[in-house]
Each structure stands twice: as structure tokens, then as C-alpha cells.
Design a binder for this molecule. Structure first.
Ligand code: PLP
Length: 408
């Protein structure tokens, strides 16, 4: 079972906005949470909470078990080799910053190159900009097609012996395009570099196997995959993590401390200074259970089906501009209606109970390439259905009527 029938499990989706039932099409920004996740967090606070890795008391052991159990669950979900390759962070942004600051600053120098695309989310651009400024390395942008499709040959040809890092979103949060990360991984490994994958829009939607993809570092966020805010993951191959310096320093990440020196624990704890997001890890584990209950193959097929139907339907409405490819896009549909500002469209949608994102989607360089300041983005997840696609289509017609004079 997948689609609207799941709304039973999502209390927040059962409400009305004004008189209209809520149609939630903003899961790419943040997904909603099933009762199972909310209850797992409540249960943890009601029965098991204490700090982790410290107390010898019962609650401390339970909390530690729950936290480390969540790590093992994430390991299985992305098929990492060992749980010590899973670092809990605040989210995708924090994970990418951690890699740039620790691995990046240690490994890059003048003349080295970081290969990426101009379509990246700011979270996968700004940390590399700063790293390049600090080390004298150079950013190399591989141009996608006007539709946003990244040609595999073009990408692999941009990777040279100077390339130390390839940093790519697996799935674009604006265009829904799927990047050829496997070919990039194979090529960058030939020249001794690493690949960093921004999995914010891919891990929530597809079966994932970091070993099969041969990814060196992967970043993703719990809140986009039915889990709570405040937790994300940095996956790193153990042989890379074990040679990296910590990012933050403080409690829980040390082996020994004297007044002038300290030594670090092994990964992943080396990268988890201070009290970690324990309840959030419990919630993320419950979210993974829920997604696995649906089956990730089914989740992927479902979001692809809805995105494809919505793209086809909106593509047939005169005056609608769709950004990115018409087919093969993953979970997000980005568009504008005539010359109507995206915020105006989203405001009219909201009056109909339809929640979408409007703006630059944290991808200003891509917006510039598209020649717009902002776009509307509808995104789909497990609890959406064809009914929501129909509501979106009705919404577009309503916006056109509302701003009729724009269309003459
Ligand atoms: N990368 C991509 C592709 C995203 O879509 C997002 C969130 O929208 C992020 C990174 C940042 O994620 P977070 O805000 O959870 O750190």
C-alpha cells in the first residue's frame, strides 16, 4: 500500500487549510512524519532518555543502545560496510561542510581541482567555494544541457589528474535530473580523487547501495525521508574517515586529554563532539522502518509515476513553462505559469490548500541560467497520489483564471 491511503498514518495531512483539504506537495523541502516516527520519539523521551556513551545506569544504556541501533539501521539502509562509516550530523548541509573543512582542507592545495555542476544546491557549492579560496584550488563546472542533463562523457572528461574532489547532487532539487554519479566515481578513482554525493533528494526516494555506487562520501537529511529535523548523515569510507581530523572539538570525541594535547576517538565518534541528536536518531530509525515497510523499489516507482503524470499534465496546459526534462525526472516538478510570479502562484495555491515551494530553491546560479528569479516547485512523496496531481492541475487552471489578463 502506498499513496493517499497512507494519510491515515500522517496526522498532519488530515487537516484542512481554510475549507480545502491539505494537498502537500513540498516534500522535497521537508517531508511530513508518520505517527510511527512521532510515537517512537515520544516513547524514547517517556521511557529511555539519558545521555549516551556515559552513564552506567539503565537509562544511559538504553539511550546508547537506541542511538547506536539507529546507526546500524542507517548502515543497512544504504548498504555501508560497517556502522563506523555512519556519522550523525545535523543534516546534508552540515555533512557537506564537514567534508570540505576536514578532508578538503587537509588534501587540497594550489592547482588542485574540484569538479561540480552549476546546478548544485548552495549546500553543495558554498563549502567548495570557501575551500577553493582557502587552498588555492579551482572549481571546475561541467555544463549540463539546457534541460539540465549532465552528459556522462562531458563529466568524465572534466575529471583530470588535478581533480581531487568531484561533488555532485545525485538528484537535482530543482530539475529532478539524475546525475551519472557511477561513471564519475569510476573516473575520479582512476586519478586518485574522491566523489562526494549530495544525496538529499535521492536517498529518500530510491534503494541505495553506497558500495555498488562506489561512493566515497554521501550526505543526506533525516527530515526529507519521514524523519525528524535536526539529524542527517555523513557516510564516509572508513579508510578515509580514519585519517581525517575532527570538525568540532569537545566532549565525547576524545581518547585522552591533557592540558596541552588531546587524541581522538575512532570514527564515527571522532566527528560527533558533544551530546548528539539522540531522540532524532531514534526518529530516523523509525522512519527507515516505515520506508522499508513500503519497500524502496515501490517508493521510487511511485514518485516517478506521479512526477511523470504531473509533468505530462502540466506540459499540456498552454502558458506553463516546465524547467528541466519532460521525462525521467525524480520527484520534483518545477514550473512557472505565464509571467505570473512564483510567489503569487504559490499564494493562490495556498488558498486552495495546495502547499508548494516558490523561490530560488537555494540554487541561484541555476535560476540565473534558467533566466528566472524564481519558480514554483511541486514535489511528491509516498503519501501523494493521482488525486494530488489532479489538484495541482486544477490549481494551475485556477491561477490562470485568477490572473487572466496576463494571458490576454
Ligand atoms: N542539497 C539538496 C539537493 C537539497 O535539496 C537540500 C535541501 O533542500 C540540501 C542539500 C540541504 O539540506 P538540509 O537543509 O537538510 O541540510
Amino acid at each position: 500500500m502506498i499513496g493517499r491511503a497512507l494519510i491515515e498514518d500522517f496526522p498532519i495531512l488530515q487537516q484542512k487549510i481554510g475549507d480545502a483539504p491539505l494537498v502537500y506537495l513540498d516534500s522535497a523541502a521537508s517531508s511530513q512524519k508518520p505517527r510511527a516516527v512521532i510515537e517512537a520519539i515520544s516513547r524514547y523521551y517517556e521511557h529511555d532518555h539519558a545521555n549516551v556513551h556515559r552513564g552506567v545506569h539503565t537509562l544511559g544504556s538504553r539511550a546508547t543502545e537506541a542511538y547506536e541501533g539507529a546507526r546500524e539501521k542507517v548502515r543497512r539502509f544504504i548498504h555501508a560496510r560497517r556502522a563506523s562509516e555512519i556519522v550523525f550530523t545535523r543534516g546534508t548541509t552540515a555533512s557537506l561542510n564537514l567534508i570540505a573543512k576536514t578532508y578538503g582542507e587537509a588534501k587540497l592545495g594550489p592547482g588542485d581541482e574540484i569538479v561540480l555542476t552549476p546546478n548544485e544546491h548552495h549546500a553543495n557549492l558554498l563549502p567548495w567555494q570557501r575551500l577553493a579560496r582557502q587552498t588555492g584550488a579551482r572549481l571546475v563546472f561541467v555544463e549540463p544541457s539546457p534541460e539540465g542533463i549532465l552528459d556522462e562523457t562531458r563529466l568524465t572528461q572534466a575529471i583530470s589528474p588535478r581533480t581531487k574532489i568531484v561533488a555532485l547532487a545525485h538528484v537535482s532539487n530543482v530539475l529532478g535530473t539524475i546525475q551519472p554519479i557511477q561513471a564519475a566515481a569510476a573516473r575520479v578513482h582512476e586519478v586518485g580523487g574522491v566523489i562526494v554525493i549530495d544525496g538529499a533528494q535521492s536517498v529518500p526516494h530510491m534503494p541505495y547501495d553506497v558500495q555498488a555506487l562506489d561512493i566515497d562520501f554521501l550526505a543526506f537529511s533525516g527530515h526529507k525521508m519521514l524523519g525528524p529535523t535536526g539529524i542527517g548523515v555523513l557516510y564516509g569510507k572508513y579508510e578515509l574517515l580514519k585519517d581525517m581530523e575532527p570538525y568540532e572539538l569537545g566532549g565525547e570525541m576524545i581518547d585522552t586529554v591533557s592540558l596541552h594535547e588531546a587524541t581522538w576517538r575512532d570514527p564515527p565518534w571522532r566527528f560527533e563532539a558533544g551530546t548528539p541528536p539522540i531522540a532524532e536518531a531514534v526518529g530516523l530509525a523509525a522512519a527507515i522502518d516505515y520506508l522499508e515497510g513500503l519497500g524502496m523499489n515501490e517508493v521510487e516507482a511511485h514518485v516517478l509515476r506521479l512526477t511523470e503524470s504531473a509533468t505530462r499534465a502540466l506540459g499540456e496546459i498552454p502558458g506553463v513553462t516546465i524547467y528541466g526534462p519532460r521525462a525521467g525526472r525524480h520527484a520534483v516538478l518545477t514550473f512557472n505559469i505565464g509571467s505570473i510570479h512564483a510567489h503569487d502562484t504559490a499564494t493562490v495555491f495556498d488558498s486552495m490548500g495546495i502547499a508548494v515551494r516558490a523561490g530560488h530553491h537555494c540554487a541561484q546560479p541555476l535560476m540565473k541560467r534558467l533566466g528566472v528569479n524564481s519558480t514554483v516547485r511541486a514535489s511528491f512523496y509516498v503519501y501523494n497520489d493521482m488525486q494530488d496531481v489532479e489538484a495541482l492541475v486544477a490549481g494551475v487552471h485556477h491561477v490562470k483564471e485568477f490572473f487572466g489578463d496576463v494571458f490576454g
